[in-house]
Structure formats: structure tokens, C-alpha cells
Design a protein around this ligand. Structure first.
Ligand SMILES: [Cu+2]
Length: 260
């Protein structure tokens, strides 16, 4: 019955199927993570339905009756013990398999990314440097402009840098840190990764829809950790190329350095 209710809820939900508290993912990698999450939650609910079902069935079926008869007593049940030993092992094995498959999809990097962005985390901000796919610098850099202060503004406000990405393209992120460990976290991408000093983390994003998404540091790194905000703006490829060339002109005129 609980399974029927759960299945019905999912079917009736249609395209508004429950997300179980996760984002659907605005990148192909984020969508893969989302699918894994939904699989884990459904597996957990199925186990919960089985366990709770058996508990309630036992409580009702074997509740104390007026005639007070003692139920049949037995010492062991080998088939049942084999079942409840192997079943959890199989469940863990299946979850492990899908986790490895998803991790491999999320960590896979293209040999020909359309864009390469070097992301540097530092106390307390972010710097995004655009690189052409062939390794040439594109002369565009976006960085945190505000001095450390508790501004408490939304992540999309102009004090914080914005990472502009083209939709439907492969973007390589080259992530590192200038000082301590930071966390490069974009909730709607279902993605977070450490920015570590002395370590370079490589990963790809394939944004699947346009929009503005908030980002933040997910590793407590000091006094202004809460100010390590940024946003990600995913635009059409033509809008991206337009933005990039406008920034190249603008930043070349202004000399190197940060802009909004
Ligand atoms: Cu940080």
C-alpha cells in the first residue's frame, strides 16, 4: 500500500514529479546528480515502507488478545536470515554502482571544451579569467570588487562577480585557491568542489538552460566567508560571444583588472 501511494504520487505528479528537496540541475552534470538523488530517495522510501509495514503489521497482527494465547515460538529461520543479510548487501551494491556511474559522468572532461575559465578563490572573493579553448588568454577577467565588509547583499548584486557561460556548450572550469580551502558551490547545478591551494581541480559544465544562478563559498574560510558570493549567468552562445568581445574591448581600454 505505501508503495502504491508513493508510485501514485510520482505518476500523478507527471512532469511536476517531486524533487525531494534537490534542484533539477541546470547542467547535464547537475541533471545526472539529480537523477541519482531521486533514485536514492525512492530506494530509501521503499526500504522505509517495507520496514514500517512489517513493524505495523507485527504490532497489529500480534497485539495482545483477550484469550492471551502465546504465539508459536521458534528459535531461528534460516531462509529469512539469508534474505535479510543478502538484501541489504545487494541494495548497497546497486546504490554503489549507480554512484560510480554518475560520478564518472559528472567528472568526465571533454578534450575540446568551447571555453576555459580559470576560477581562483581567495579571502574573500572570486576571480574568473577567460581563456580561449586553445589556451590563449582572452583578456577577460571578472573579480570581486568590494572590500571586505559584511554587505549582506544578494549573490546577484554588483559587489559580487558574475560568471557568464554559454548555454549548450562545454565549459571547462580550472579551479584553485590563492590561500586557504574554499568551496565553489552552485546550488542549482547540484555541484560543489573544493578550491584548494596548490591543487588544481578540473571539471566541465554543460549548462542546459539560461538564467541567473547564485553561487557561494561552501567551506568556512574565515571572517568574511559569508561574503564569498558570486552568480552564474547562462546566456545564448551569441549573447555570450557578444559579452566576451565587449568585455575584451572594455578591459583592454581600462587596462587589465576587474570589471563588473
Ligand atoms: Cu571561502
Amino acid at each position: 500500500m505505501p508503495l502504491a501511494i508513493l508510485g501514485g504520487a510520482i505518476l500523478l505528479g507527471g512532469c511536476n514529479a517531486p524533487t525531494f528537496g534537490a534542484f533539477r540541475g541546470a547542467t547535464t552534470q547537475g541533471r545526472d546528480e539529480f537523477k541519482l538523488w531521486v533514485g536514492f530517495v525512492i530506494a530509501g522510501l521503499a526500504v522505509a515502507a517495507l520496514v514500517w509495514g512489517l513493524i505495523f503489521w507485527t504490532v497489529l497482527r500480534h497485539r495482545r488478545k483477550s484469550n492471551d494465547e502465546i504465539p508459536r515460538q521458534f528459535h531461528e529461520n534460516v531462509p529469512l536470515e539469508i534474505l535479510y543479510t543478502t538484501l541489504p548487501v545487494v541494495i548497497v551494491g546497486v546504490l554503489f554502482y549507480f554512484t560510480v556511474v554518475t560520478e564518472n559522468e559528472v567528472d568526465a572532461v571533454s578534450s575540446h571544451p568551447a571555453e576555459i575559465v580559470h576560477v581562483l578563490g581567495y579571502r574573500w572573493g572570486w576571480q574568473f579569467t577567460y581563456d580561449a579553448g586553445d589556451g590563449r588568454s582572452q583578456g577577460v577577467q571578472v573579480a570581486t570588487t568590494a572590500q571586505p565588509a559584511l554587505l549582506a547583499q544578494p549573490a546577484t548584486s554588483k559587489e559580487y562577480p558574475q560568471l557568464v557561460l554559454p548555454v549548450g556548450e562545454t565549459v571547462r572550469i580550472v579551479l584553485t585557491s590563492a590561500d586557504v580551502v574554499h568551496g565553489f558551490y552552485i546550488p542549482e547545478f547540484n555541484f560543489s568542489r573544493y578550491a584548494q591551494p596548490g591543487v588544481t581541480n578540473l571539471f566541465d559544465f554543460n549548462p542546459t538552460r539560461t538564467g541567473v544562478f547564485r553561487g557561494q563559498c561552501s567551506e568556512f574560510c574565515g571572517l568574511y566567508h559569508a561574503e564569498m558570493l558570486f552568480s552564474v549567468r547562462v546566456v545564448s552562445d551569441s549573447a555570450f560571444q557578444h559579452w566576451l568581445s565587449a568585455e575584451q574591448v572594455h578591459q583592454a581600454q581600462a587596462g587589465t583588472g576587474a570589471t563588473s
